[in-house]
Design a protein around this ligand. Sequence first.
Ligand code: GLN
Length: 543
Amino acid sequence: MTSEDGVLPIEPHKAFDTVLVLDFGSQYTHLITRRLRELNVYSEMLPCTQNVADLSWKPVGVILSGGPYSVYEDGAPHVDSEVFELGVPVLGICYGLQEIAWNQGKDVAAGDKREYGHAYLDVQRHPSSSPHVDKLFRGLEDDLEVWMSHGDKLSKLPPSFVTIATTSNAPFAGIAHLEKPWYGIQFHPEVTHTPRGTRLLKNFAVDICNAKRNWTMGKFVDQEVARIRTLVGEKGQVIGAVSGGVDSTVAAKLMQEAIGDRFHAVLVDNGVLRLNEAQIVKQTMTQHLGINLTVVDASELFLGRLKGVTDDPEKKRKIIGNTFIEVFQEKAKEIAAAAAGSPQEGDIEWLLQGTLYPDVIESISFKGPSATIKTHHNVGGLLEGMHLKLIEPLRELFKDEVRILGTKLGIPEDLVWRHPFPGPGIAIRILGEVTPQQVRIAREADYIFIEEIKKAGLYRKISQAFAALLPVKAVGVMGDNRVHDQVIALRAVETTDFMTADWYPFDGEFLKRVSRRIVNEVNGVCRVVYDITSKPPGTIEME
Ligand code: GLN
C-alpha cells in the first residue's frame, strides 16, 4: 500500500539500503550504527544470535561487532553461518574478525599480551589481486593511527584470505578474502581514537556494499508520516503525554503532521515544572506548532501528596510517577469519551511514546550467552490500565537525529537544544521536603542560573545545568541584619553520553555574577555553592 505521496509505509530497513550490525556485546557496537548513519547510510543493530532465515528484509552488508568473549571458549557466541551465504559483504571488527577466522578455519588463540590503546597500522596493498581486496583502505594513508582492545589473535590466516594490514603486535590486523567481499580488522574504526575510522566505514558501506546515502531526516519524515497514517488508519486517534522536552515535542509534531488533530497531546502540570514552563510549552505547542494540546493543572494534587515526604528520594519519584499515571489516564478517558461522539473520528486506540534508539539498543543488545533479553518498561504503568497499542515514531533514531528532525519540523532552536529535565521535575532538585515555598525558591534560582548560562553563550557547551535547593540553613549578613537562610547548589556538567560526566569549569567572574544575582533576587537564599563532583561517583541529579 502506498500513501498519496507515493512513499511506502514501511519500516526504514525495508525502505533504505541497510547495513546490519550484529552485536557480540561490545560497549562500542552502537557507535558503528551511529557512524554509518552520520554518513547517511541507514544501519540497524541486532543481537549476534539473530537467525538469518527469520529476517524479513535483506541487508546490503553485515558488520560483526567486537565483544568481550573469546571465540574458542565453550559457550562463546557465534554468528549464524548463513550470514556468509547472503551474498553480501561482511566486515568483522575485533571479535568479529576473530569470528570470521573461527568460522573459516578455527585459527584463533590467546595472544601472549593484551593490546589496549593506540597502535600504528601498516596497510598492505595488493594491486595484482582482485580489485575488491584493496577497497577497504582505499584513499587512506599507508600508516594509520588506530585503537586496539584485544587479547586474542589470529594464529594463522584463514584459507583464501590475504593480510591487508599489520601492527607490530598483530600480524593479522586486517584481512580480506581473495574472492568474496569479506574483511576483518582487529582495531575499532567506530571510536574517535581511530581518526580515519569513519572513512574506513564509508569505504565499506558505500564502495563495497554500494549502500545509497539517502538516510536523511527529510526522507525520514515522509517515510514515517506515511507509516503512521497507514498504521493508525483514516479515523484512528492517538493520545500522548508531552513534557516540553525535545523528544516528546518532536514525536508530537510528527504525529500532528501525520494525523492532525486526531493526535491528542496532554501536558500534566505537576507543580514541579520549571518557572513558567506550563505556559511556555502551551504557547509553543499550540500557537507555534499547531498541536492539539490539553493542559491539566494538577499541581495541587501533586504538591499535596508530596507534603511531609522528607526521608527517601525514591518515595518522591514514586508518588510523582503514580500520580502522573492517574491524572493522565483520567484525562485520556475524558478525551476518548468526547472523541467517540464525533462522527468523523474513531476510538482512541494508540498511545504515543517517544522511545529513542538507545533504549531499543539497550533492550536488544547482546548481554551474554545465557542472558535473557529484557524489554524496557517505562510505559508499563500507563499501558496496564488502558487498552492501548504503542506507537513509537522515534524508535529508530539517535538523539542527534531527533534534534535534526526537530529543526526540520520547525521546532524552535531553543527547544531542540534543551537540556534534559527529569520526569519528577525540580522535586528531586529540592533536597528534603517539597513545599510551594521551596518550589518557588528552586525555580527562581534555576531560572537565573540558566539565563546567565545562555547570556554567556555556554548553554550548548554544557550538557545539563540546574540549581538545587539544599535542606540546610546558613547564616549571612544582609543590609546589616543577620539572616538565617537557605543554600542553593549550582550543578553544571559536560558529558557526551550521560554515563560519565565532569563539572563545568566556569570562570570566577561568571560564578560571582550568578551568586550575586541569586542572593539578591531570590527571597530566602543567603548562600550559593558550586557542586564540583564528577560522575561517577556523583550522579548528575542530586536525588
Ligand atoms: N575478546 C576478544 C579479544 O580479547 C575480542 C575483544 C574485542 O572485540 N574488543 O581479543
